[in-house]
Ligand binder design. Structure first.
Ligand code: ADP
Length: 469
């Protein structure tokens, strides 16, 4: 089954939540409103009956009647007259008020109840009475007129409970028409908002697909607008692509460098084999040919080893363990060891300031020193001199390796840090052309800077400048 998109999922969840909340809200509203309406109707009933109560008087003599209004009414009752003021309201808001005595209706409409059904009177009490299929609220108030002697008059208000239901129904209808519109607006709004919010994600997806289909690792995700979270996600993706591109390029470079470096010795071996097979026949000549092949094999093995170590360091730069270490001790011990294997009768002097601490990796820093001193030997003159110094200058530690050897020409100075670069003069030195590339890489891992000062035939001085702790 095809999985639905995030936008559909969000919209579905959103809509379901809105529908559930709306339905719950409708139920609560209806329940509350019907309770409120019912209470309102009861209160209205009581208030209407009490208002009408004040509009009724009983007089024994006709002369006592107070007709302030032509619409006031006098009812001949028993031994006197009931005066119903004009303000008496017989019917309002579904409430009907009528005057009763113990025998039945005296004034007003008592249409709700047949004469047999007329419920018992109950002073100042709301009763719920059923008549036929209808339920009524009934409220009575007794009218005590001393002149009436034994007779009692009751003022009775009646309102149908259906009246409250019809009001609730009106609200229900309004809500039922209004709610679907509200839900529709909420769903459309939710859909549009989620679509807008997720638009940058789609851009990221598209960019990733472009990179994948075009196999172009140099592409980057560019987002206009979008929330900070999405932008930071795009940044992370870009950083990842950058790393991928970097390691992909390094991989390619490594392959091409290795194949380039191995081509020459392999061609030499091939040519030598062919020559020997065609021409040579004495044992000495074969031995010579084999020696040449062995030399080329050793060279290839050196190139492969160096290259693999180099690429391991280069790729694992982020994971190399570093700690606070005494650079002075590290450089001193390398100098001591290297003095023992000095070539061409070269003298190794050192001037190392004690206790200079850096944050670094002991093995790599040892390798850096070894490479620089090896080069000083390799490109030094017979009976020459090499001087190693380590000094603290402000917040930097400056390591220098100086020799009075062959020096480097101006044109070559910029290239010596490149992998496999060897100046013409030093092609036969036996180096792989990776020594200084190692030095530079190790320096970068330690946030150090490399530099060189050299003149052709006038010696060289290499510098590595570390940040100190
Ligand atoms: P390798 O020594 O294996 O050839 P390096 O990367 O160590 O490779 O050095 C690269 C090139 O820089 C060398 O071939 C050489 O021409 C030059 N070079 C390095 N160190 C010195 C030095 N101390 N004196 C003169 N030339 C040097």
């Amino acid at each position: 089954m095809k999985r639905c998109s995030l936008i559909t999922k969000i919209t579905l969840w959103f809509s379901t939540a809105v529908i559930i909340i709306s339905v719950a809200a409708v139920f609560v509203t209806l329940a509350v409103s019907s309770a409120v309406i019912r209470r309102g109707i009861r209160e209205n009933l009581i208030a209407t009956v009490h208002d009408n109560f004040d509009e009724i008087e009983f007089y024994l003599e006709h002369d006592e009647l107070e007709f302030d209004d032509p619409y006031d009414l006098a009812i001949n009752y028993k031994n006197g007259y009931i005066e119903v003021d004009d303000d008496f309201v017989r019917s309002v808001n579904g409430i009907e008020t009528a005057l009763y005595d113990d025998d039945g209706l005296v004034y007003g409409d008592g249409t709700h109840f047949s004469s047999e059904e007329v419920p018992e009177f109950n002073d100042k009490h709301v009763s719920i009475v059923r008549a036929g299929k209808t339920t009524y609220y009934v409220y009575d108030v007794i009218l005590n007129f001393p002149a009436l002697k034994d007779s009692r008059l009751w003022l009775r208000g009646t309102v149908s409970a259906e009246y409250s239901i019809s009001q609730v129904n009106t609200i229900t209808k309004a809500v039922l028409i209004f709610i679907p519109f509200l839900i529709l607006i909420a769903i459309i709004g939710g859909y549009l908002i989620s679509k807008r919010a997720l638009a940058p994600m789609l851009e990221i997806k598209k960019a990733a697909e472009d990179i994948e289909s075009g196999n172009d690792l140099s592409k980057r995700i560019e987002i206009e607008g979008g929330s900070s979270e999405v932008r930071s996600m795009a940044d992370s993706f870009n950083a990842m692509f950058e790393r991928l591109e970097d390691s992909f390029n390094k991989e390619q470079q490594l392959t091409s460098d290795i194949s380039h470096e191995l081509r020459t010795p392999i061609s030499v071996i091939g040519a030598q084999c062919r020559f020997s097979l065609e021409n040579e026949d004495t044992k000495e000549e074969y031995a010579e040919a084999l020696e040449l092949i062995e030399r080329q094999t050793k060279k290839m093995s050196r190139v492969i080893n160096d290259m693999l170590t180099f690429s391991r360091i280069e790729r694992g730069a982020g994971e190399i363990k570093k700690e606070k270490l005494n650079l002075s001790e590290c450089v001193s011990s390398v100098c001591e060891d290297m003095a023992l294997i000095s070539e061409k009768n070269i003298e190794l002097n050192s001037d190392i300031e004690e206790n200079i601490f850096v944050y670094g990796n002991f093995e790599l820093l040892t390798r850096l020193c070894v490479n620089l001193i090896s080069n000083a030997y390799r490109y030094g003159k017979e009976n020459g001199k090499t001087t190693v110094t380590l000094k603290k200058e402000k917040d930097k530690a400056v390591l220098s390796v100086r020799d009075n050897g062959v020096g480097i020409s101006k044109e070559d100075l910029g290239k010596i840090w490149n992998r496999f670069f060897r100046a013409d003069a030093s092609r036969s030195s036996g180096g792989t052309g990776l020594g200084l590339a190692f030095v530079k890489e190790i320096a970068e891992i330690h946030k150090a800077r490399v530099d060189v000062r050299s003149e052709k035939n006038n010696g060289s001085e290499f510098f590595v400048i570390f940040p100190v702790l």
